[in-house]
Each structure stands twice: as C-alpha cells, then as structure tokens.
Design a protein around this ligand. Structure first.
Ligand code: RAM
Length: 936
C-alpha cells in the first residue's frame, strides 16, 4: 500500500535519468571551461572589500585604516594561505601595478578581516585605491580583486579655513524657525572633482544649485558635542555647474539645542554652520568656497522643528529657489560670525541615518470618536509623506500614535510630553509631496486633520528612517508566531538605532540608554552589522565617562553628572566592546575601549567595601514581572538590587580578564583574576545561603548567578533546578526584567533544559514574548503587558510599544535554536559553531548570517525523527557542526555516509551529540534521531 505506484516509479526514473544527463552535460561544459580559463578564475575569488566597516568610504580620519575582504571558492574546505594587498593613488595605475603607495608583497597569513594599513603616512583629502589577491590551500591564486578606494578627510585642524556662521537672531530660540544660509560663487574653469566638508550645531540639510547634497538625515549625527563633532564629506562634483553656482543649508535644533528629556539648549543656544567646499579644476588649480561673513541668512518654511514635538512647515514662508543662483537675496541679512573650535571635528566611523522601507497605508479608519486615522500596519520610526495640492492656507495636521485604545480611538497619552505632530500649511499651488525634515516619529497610526474631503490614501506613505546598517541576519521558522516575534525584534532595532541606540523612539525620551543597549547588543549584531554604529557610540561613552570611571546612564550624556554608575547600565562599557570583539573580531575597538572598561571596574572597586558593591542608586531588573495593581500574593519578581550589582561587578571583571588576555596584558589578567575570586567570595557570603539559594528567589537572581558562574561548580545544578521550579511556579512564565531576560534561555539550555527554554519561548500568555505578538504587536514592547489581557493600556507614563530590551531573546534564537555561534577564541566567526537545538515542536528553523567571512547558514527540518541539516560555512573559516542525538553511522550526505564526505576533517562522539569538524562549503546532512539513539 505504501509503495510508490508504477507511474510514480517511471517518473522518478525519468527524472533521475534527466538529472544524470543534465549533470553530464554540465560536467562537459565545465571541462571545456576548465581547459580555456586559467585555474584561478573558476575556483577562488576575492570580493566584498571594506575599509573601516564601509565600502569605499569617502572622508575617514583613521590613520591606519583596516581592510577586510571575503573569499569565494567553488571548492569545499578552502582556507586562505596568503594575501597580497596594494594601494595606489589612481585606479588605472593600481590596476597595472604602477606608482604604488604601499604594497604588502605576498604575506603568508589566513587573515582576511581587519588587516591594517602599514604604509607611509596618509594625507588629508587624498583618495587611495586598493585591491587584494589571495592564495588558498589548494594551490589556487585569485585574480586581483576589483579596485576599491577610501578617501581621507581633513586630518589637521589647519585644513579648515571655513568659518562658523550663525544667525543674528536672538539665541535660545529653540523651536523657532529654521535658519537658511546661502551664498553664490562663480566657476569659470571646468571642474574635475569637488568635495564638501560640512557640519553644524544642530542638524543640517544642504543644497547646491537646487539639489540636495547626499541622502543622509539628521547629520552631523549625535556625539558628545562638547568634545567631538562629526563632519561629513560629500563628493559633490556632479552638482556643480560652470558659471554662477548657488549653495545653501538649512538648520534644525536637533540634539544640539533641541529638547532632550526635560532639558533644552544642552550643548549651546545657537545654531551654526561650517561649510567648506573644495573644488579641483581640470587644470589642477583649486577653488575653495567657505562659510564666511559673505554668506546671508533668512528664515524659510520650517517654522519650528523638534524631534519630540514634530515640525511645522508653512509653504507661505517658502523662499522659492533660495538655493539657486537666480534667487534675489537682497532682503536677506548678513550672517553672524561665530566662535567655534575646529579641533573637535572628527570624521564619522558609523553609518548615517537614511531612508529605508516605504509603507503604503494598510487601512483608513474612522474611529468611534470620528477621527480619520491611517493604519500603516507596522509600528515604525520615520515620518509620513503626503502628496497633495490643497487650498490656500489649508492646514494639514498629522498626529502620530503607536496604538489605538481599547475602544479603537487614537491614543497618544504614552507619548507623554512629546507632541509628535507635523503640520503643513499649504498655498494651493501645484501638487507636490510634503515631508518633514528635522524630526521623526515612532508610530503605526496617523490621525489626519484638516484634509478636507475623503483622504486619498494612494498619495500617503510612511517612510522608515534609521542608521544605514547592512542587514546581516534572517531567521525563519515553521511557527508563524515566532516569525512575527523575529520581525518585531528587527523592527525594534530599526526604530531604535537612529544614530545612537535609543530606548524608545516616540515619547519625550529617545536617549542612548545604556542598559537597554547592552542587553540587546548581541541580538543586534545578528540582525545587522552594528560594528561601526557601536564603535562611534562607544567612543562617546569613553569620553562622557566620569573622571572617577562612572559610566552615565545615557550616552551621549545629557543628564547631570550624578546620573552615572549603575549596575547593568554602566556595564555596557565592558559588555558591548566584548560583544563586538566576539562577533566581528574587532580587536582595535577592544584596545580603544580598554581604558574605559578598566575605569568602570575601577569605579565599582572604589565604591565597594570588602568587595561588595552595595551603595548608591540602582535601577535593578527594570520592568520585571509584577502583578498589578497590588501584590498581595507576593508574586512580584523583585530581585535584590545589590545582588544584581554584585553579579554585574563579577561579570565586568570577568570581561576584563578575557579582554586583558586577548590584548596580552598579563598583569591585568592576574589582577582581575584575583579580584574576581574576592568578588565571588563576597557574593557567596552576602547573597547565597549555605544551602545554595540566592537571597532573592527570582529567576533573575538565579540567572545572573548561573550565567556569571558565581557559585562553585558543585552548587550550580541545584540552583538551575530552583530556576526550573520557579518557572513552573509561575505557570511556565518568565518574570525577568531588562537585566535577566537576555540570559534566561541561555542558562536553561546550558543546564540541560532546552524544553523549558522552548516552553517559555512559545508561551503566549502574559508575561511572555508571544503575548504581545498575540495582541498584534509589530515591535517589542517596553513592558510585558503594554496592553493588558482585557485590552486596557498600561500606565502611560512608561508604556512604549517600541523598546528593544526584551528582544534580547533574538540572540538565543539565532545562537541556540538555529545554532549559529562564533568561537570565542577565533572570534568574528573565523571558527564557527553550528549547534542547532531542535525543540518546541518546530518543524523547521532557517537562519542566515552574513559574517566578516561571508554567509553562514543553518537550516534544520524535522520530519518525524528525521533531521535534515543544511549548513553553509564560508571560505577561510572552519566550523564545528554539532548534530544532536546522532550516531556517525546514521548520518549521510546524499547517499554517502558522513565519514566519506570530503571536507569533513574530524568526527567525534560527545555524549548524545556527534561533532563534525568541517571546512568551508555547503553540507546537506541527514539522519534519523531516534534510530541514531538506538545505536544504529
Ligand atoms: C527608562 C528608559 C530606559 C531604561 C531607563 C532606566 O526611562 O526608557 O528603557 O533603561 O528608564
């Protein structure tokens, strides 16, 4: 009955025959190709070149830039054995190997990431071209890679000849009209190239001859402005014209003087512009156009703009053609010359904010309160654009909200003081698109007022804006709810990686909260390349760190100096550099942050007595589970804040040991190892009973103690059992807050409780990850119950629907469920572990991760007990594939037993797991778990 029918059999035969025939044909073609093409062309190639995290960066100021490249090969099991890198000052000469600035010669090395430039001193403004070729361990040599480049920015303060200009308006006019600045200039000679170096106090948009320069937003970005201010470099060659040119810029308050929490004018009271346009003519001569006393200023259509409150754009104030040479600026006023220090200027290392996804309205709703509301179907961060003609003096008001309330009405209470409104005042001229400039909103719903008549949704869009990080990870499972969770995690990241890692994107906060960032950093690094993003931010951290080592709650710090030095928040200073080292192998970043890391641990030491850190303010396990409104049952999962502090003290100290080891600082290894022993002793004495129970019987207390190895080995299992019991006491629910959540499933897995990790992951009643998903969430919420089971909304004073911290489960989903991890010695995925943990009744998990070496992937499917695992290991890496419940004899690839598969270097049995040491390539492995275990 079960056997295939005859016709099926014939069909299978036919397909097999056809396949063979095709394969033979393919082989034949390959043989011909092999005969005609030199050996290297078919097997080994170099691509994906980057310099300092970027592809062809223009305007960097790193004197020893680092190069990375990726290899591809048609052969399995391929490692780079040598590379040769060469740098020249022109693409043509370089391709011919002439006039080289620097060449490494053939270097025997398997390094293909972060290879440092060691040539002669790099010069301001110079563009350098580079390429690389590689050798592999099969005897192949690649061709030279395509030529890439990087360009140096202005390296000396003396390179700046432009002057800072501002407006003669009174200072401290926060939320006033945006100033415009303009000038004209004549170019009589043809232009070979032109660079604009530009920055501002406030945020800017710049134009040349009516065209916008670049497509970045909120430039120059947010840094610790009192100490460092980024400027951007743009290639504007094509924007210039012969004859008269015009250029201009418009400024908004931005982070510089706009409201941040309750403060305004934090970095200064006046907006200002610094603009240096350097033009090289075809004859080699130069013209420089600088911001200076000759520029003029006026006000334009942006009547006010603020991140929190939104923007008012009044077309009646438009200065049509203000950025064209034909414009008459007689009525404009001379600019005010500003004093400013050029020495704080730096070139960016992180990505700028850009526009990304565009959303069409999903639904037009008329609410019970008769509001016209558009639902975009996604809680996103950015703004709404509107195409319309309109009537003279028509005012369109767009208000933004993340959720509707229980009755289906537009809900803005959780935005607190932030108005989140954009207003457009129209003239009734030709149809065009309106969009704001110096603001952004976190929203899914938009209430439109003043539209008049039926809203034409075909002309309305929502545009997502966030830092331009390359997407690196995808994760899909057979469970749609989990897929939605993964989606929500990624959108939480998009919405909160807006130049700095923010806690939330909607209410009057949007600050670089450190605790949230550390909790989410590892997950973030799966979803997107955050190396440059965090490098920039960590630099601000080390600069804003207090002299005594205390790390502020938020970075860049805009709070009083006393708002610093908190467990789980300030530990971002050790945790994130270490995570970046693990996932990218970025050793220089670790080196750069080392002093800051040390200072933080030094601070804890200085406030500790007998190695106990139990003084000062702590946030604790923020947003932990607590039954509301009262806690008669004593079920609130309150973890002693000083226990948490001591645990993170140990964790940061452990990271110091690890970092010191990597950086070869033996004295520190010893010093911190000794210290850690004392901290653990103090922890045991103060927080662990003789029976091995932590004084707080909470999941977070157990998790921190276990994750950070605070108990002696022989006491750990019993604590893990307590954790399991605790979870079951809460009806298989988590109770953790921001600090415990990232470790929850990892600890369960480590102590053999994958099943419980899956139970928690798949739990869909409050508190759990899937509860919000079931409630229709499209991002991660700040609270486990942002919307209660009965539809009521949580306390509006703290109820963000886009807060990424709990999204830290993403790390476990990639690292354990799909099983993709980096080795912690050969970091940056130089050596990969693929150790999937099937469970939770999932039939399939498929994850991909673009690493510094190329794509790693792990896809498993379970059909009954039959496990199919497809793994991709990039060239120049090796991997350890861990097959759960597998016996060697049972595992095959196609028809071949695993031991016959080429590129498998070693096979070992380890308990129930089979471990394969493999080289690069794609492997399709298959076995029956149950039969394997039966010792087949
Ligand atoms: C809140 C922030 C953030 C948290 C701090 C302690 O206001 O939203 O998420 O880290 O407080």
């Amino acid at each position: 009955m079960n056997g295939p029918s005859h016709s099926k059999n014939n069909k299978a035969l036919y397909i097999r025959f056809n396949k063979c025939f095709m394969q033979a044909r393919w082989l034949f073609t390959l043989m011909i190709l092999t005969a005609t093409i030199p050996a290297f062309a078919q097997t080994l190639a170099v691509n994906g070149l980057t310099c300092e995290y970027q592809r062809n960066p223009v305007g960097i100021d790193i004197m020893r830039p680092r190069f990375s490249w990726k290899l591809t090969s048609s052969q399995r099991n391929t490692m780079q054995t040598a590379y040769e890198l060469r740098v020249g000052s022109s693409a043509e000469a370089l391709a011919q190997g002439k006039d080289l600035v620097y060449q490494t010669g053939k270097v025997s090395s398997d390094r293909s990431t972060f290879v440092e430039y060691e040539g002669p001193q790099l010069r301001s403004r110079m563009r350098y071209f580079w390429q690389v070729r590689v050798w592999d361990d099969h005897g192949n040599t690649s061709a030279w890679s395509p030529v890439n480049y990087w360009e140096m920015a202005l390296l000396d303060a003396a390179d700046w000849t432009a002057k800072w200009i501002g407006t003669p308006n009174p200072a401290d006019t926060v939320n006033g009209p945006s100033p415009l600045f303009r000038t004209t200039f004549n170019l009589s000679k043809p232009v070979r190239s032109a660079r604009l170096y530009i920055t501002s106090h406030g945020v800017y948009e710049c134009f040349i001859n009516g065209r916008r320069v670049g497509n970045d937003h909120f430039t120059p970005g947010w840094t610790s402005y009192k100490n460092r201010l980024q400027y951007q470099t743009y290639d504007v060659t094509t924007l210039l014209t012969s004859g008269t040119n015009a250029t201009g810029a418009v400024l908004g308050d931005g982070w510089y003087r706009g409201q941040l929490e309750k403060w305004k004018n934090i970095y200064g009271k006046e907006l200002a512009l610094l603009y240096q346009l350097e033009i090289t003519h075809t004859d080699g001569s130069k013209t420089t156009i600088n911001s200076d006393g000759k520029w003029k200023t006026s006000e334009g259509a942006i009547r006010s703009s603020s991140f929190y409150d939104g923007e008012v754009y009044d077309t009646r104030f438009e200065k049509k053609g203000w950025d064209l040479s034909t414009y008459n600026d007689k009525a404009w006023r001379p600019v005010k010359m500003m004093a400013a220090d050029q020495s704080k200027l730096i070139a960016p290392v992180g990505p700028p904010v850009k526009k990304h996804e565009v959303f069409h309205p999903a639904k037009l709703i008329i609410t019970p309160q008769k509001d016209t509301v558009i639902d975009f179907g996604q809680n996103l961060v950015g703004w709404v654009t509107l195409k319309m003609k309109g009537r003279p003096n028509q005012i369109i008001k767009l208000e933004h909200a993340e959720v509707l309330d229980k009755a289906g009405n537009f809900y803005t209470l959780n935005l607190r003081g932030a108005k989140c409104q954009n207003k457009f005042v129209l003239k009734g001229d030709a149809e065009r698109t309106y969009e704001p400039h110096f603001t952004y909103q976190g929203f899914r719903y938009v209430r439109i007022k003043g539209y008049g008549g039926k809203v034409d949704t075909s002309k309305i869009r929502a545009v997502a804006l966030y830092s331009d990080m390359a997407p690196t990870g995808t994760l899909v499972t057979s469970n749609p709810l989990l897929n939605q969770l993964q989606h929500n995690i990624q959108w939480g990241q998009k919405g909160n990686f807006v130049d700095v890692p923010t806690d939330c994107p909607q209410r009057d906060e949007r600050l670089g909260w450190t605790g949230d960032a550390q909790a989410f950093s590892r997950t973030a690094a799966y979803n997107m390349n955050v190396n440059g993003f965090f490098s920039k931010w960590l630099k601000d951290l080390s600069i804003d760190q207090r002299e005594d080592g205390a790390v502020p709650w938020t970075i860049p710090n805009m709070m009083p100096k006393t708002s610093a030095g908190v467990a789980g928040w300030s530990d971002v200073s050790t945790i994130v550099p270490w995570n970046m080292y693990l996932v990218y192998g970025d050793k220089r970043l670790l080196e750069q942050q080392y002093a800051s890391m040390k200072a933080w641990v030094g601070y804890i030491q200085s406030v500790s007595v007998d190695n106990l850190w139990n003084t000062g303010f702590q946030f604790g396990d923020w947003c932990f589970y607590s039954p509301s409104p009262t806690d008669d049952s004593g079920k609130a999962a309150v973890t002693d804040k000083t226990l948490i502090a001591e645990a993170f003290y140990a964790h940061s100290t452990q990271i110091m040991i690890d970092a010191a080891r990597v950086l070869g600082k033996d004295d520190d290894v010893k010093r911190y190892s000794d210290l850690l022993k004392e901290i653990k002793k103090a922890f045991m004495k103060e927080y662990v009973t003789p029976n091995g129970r932590t004084v707080s019987s909470t999941q977070t207390a157990y998790l921190l103690a276990l994750q950070f190895d605070l108990l002696p080995e022989d006491q750990r299992q019993q604590l893990a059992d307590r954790l399991v019991k605790n979870i079951s006491d809460y009806g298989n629910h988590l109770t953790t807050g921001f600090l415990g959540t990232p470790y929850l499933c990892h600890v369960l897995t480590r102590f053999g409780h994958d099943d419980i990790a899956y139970t928690l992951l798949l739990q869909d009643t409050y508190p759990s990850w899937l509860y919000p998903v079931k409630k229709g969430a499209t991002t991660i919420w700040e609270r486990w119950d942002g919307i209660k089971a009965n539809g009521d909304l949580q306390d509006p004073s703290m109820n963000s629907f886009n807060h990424y911290s709990y999204g830290a489960i993403g790390d476990w989903m990639y690292r354990v469920m799909a099983g993709i991890n980096t080795d912690d010695v050969r970091t940056g995925y130089k050596r990969i572990t693929i150790a999937p943990h099937p469970g939770g009744n999932l039939k399939m998990v498929n994850a991909q991760l673009e690493t510094g070496y190329g794509q790693v992937s792990s896809k498993w499917t379970l059909n009954g007990d039959v496990m199919n695992l497809t793994v991709t290991v990039p060239v120049n890496t090796t991997a350890l594939i861990v097959l759960p419940k597998a016996a060697q004899v049972a595992v095959t690839e196609g028809d071949r037993p695993v031991k016959e598969v080429d590129a498998i270097r070693d096979i070992k049995k380890d308990g129930q797991d089979l471990k394969l040491e493999v080289g690069s390539g794609t492997y399709n492995l298959k076995y029956n778990m149950a039969r394997s275990m039966a010792g087949m």
